[in-house]
Design a protein around this ligand. Sequence first.
Ligand SMILES: Nc1nc2c(ncn2[C@@H]2O[C@H](COP(=O)(O)OP(=O)(O)O)[C@@H](O)[C@H]2O)c(=O)[nH]1
Ligand SMILES: [Mg+2]
Length: 326
Amino acid sequence: MLILLLQVGCYLLAGVGAAALLAILIALYKSKPYPLITRHKDEKFFLDTDTIKTIEFPSLDDSPTLELSVIVPAYNEEQRLPAMLDECMAYLAQKTEKQPDFSYEVIVVSDGSSDSTVSVALEYSKKYGANKFRVLELVENRGKGGAVRLGMLSARGRQLLFADADGATKFEDYEKLAEALASLAPEWRHDGIAIGSRAHLEDESIAKRSFFRTILMHGFHTLVWIFAVRSVRDTQCGFKLFTRATARKLFNSLHVERWAFDVELLYLAERLQLPMTEVAVRWTEIDGSKLSPFWSWLQMGIDLFMIWLRYMVGAWRIVASEKKKN
Ligand SMILES: Nc1nc2c(ncn2[C@@H]2O[C@H](COP(=O)(O)OP(=O)(O)O)[C@@H](O)[C@H]2O)c(=O)[nH]1
Ligand SMILES: [Mg+2]
């Protein structure tokens, strides 16, 4: 009886192993070396709320015409978005008062939301005008990475920041990121990334979190370290600032559109040896996260492994480094 059970166990294990291997091989076989960035026709335009006309977004390849673009990915964020936008717009207006040559835009990217995220955002566009505030409505959900990318590709700034819709980071801390970025890259043609970081809050957050979430967090950090990024302690903070030159390189090379996109971005930055620095930011955990603790972490773990494997075997390549060779 025991032997029979052992035999069944071995077959089962071998079956699962073979299925996993097959899945990996299929994933490798189906990978395209460079990302295919799809953009529906309607996703190329924004509504000018003054003239009620649709206007085509500019391209990240164009020369910049503003100082700062803020990209806010938003998926079903009708509840959390207003507080974040109020804080952000108030800060930016105040900054312009002190520094009249500072110019900015905010782009809310609705990631195929099914609630009233788009109409909430359009109210802001009406209030502030489409020069300062634009809404990019994706017709189909891509995941946070996909939404951030399309926002970046439509932006006009010399610097580009992405910031989560829940306002977890104190927006004012952009100031610290901008200072850090300026010391890495004096102008937009130079490369540089300033990464908002919650690493200094780790002990505090462990005290508040459940044991299970703490284990998941350490497991995730370890996987990131093994497979992808070694020089950044907090890869996941939704507050990162790029120069335009760096945004062009990274967002045209990015493959992952789901949660692990931050890790791929930083992995690419390490491979391309782009200057980057982590900057401590103030952070408040906001209720309503859409990351389910277990399944999202599992998906991210698999994504991390696949990022490593695909680049290792050359199934994925870096657009920017190919360009450099030519
Ligand atoms: N869950 C989810 N969030 C998305 C998606 N696309 C963009 N986002 C945005 O990603 C940001 C972070 O989401 P959040 O649920 O607060 O995640 P957490 O703070 O990492 O726990 C928010 O601005 C979301 O609106 C998507 O497909 N799913
Ligand atoms: Mg959040």
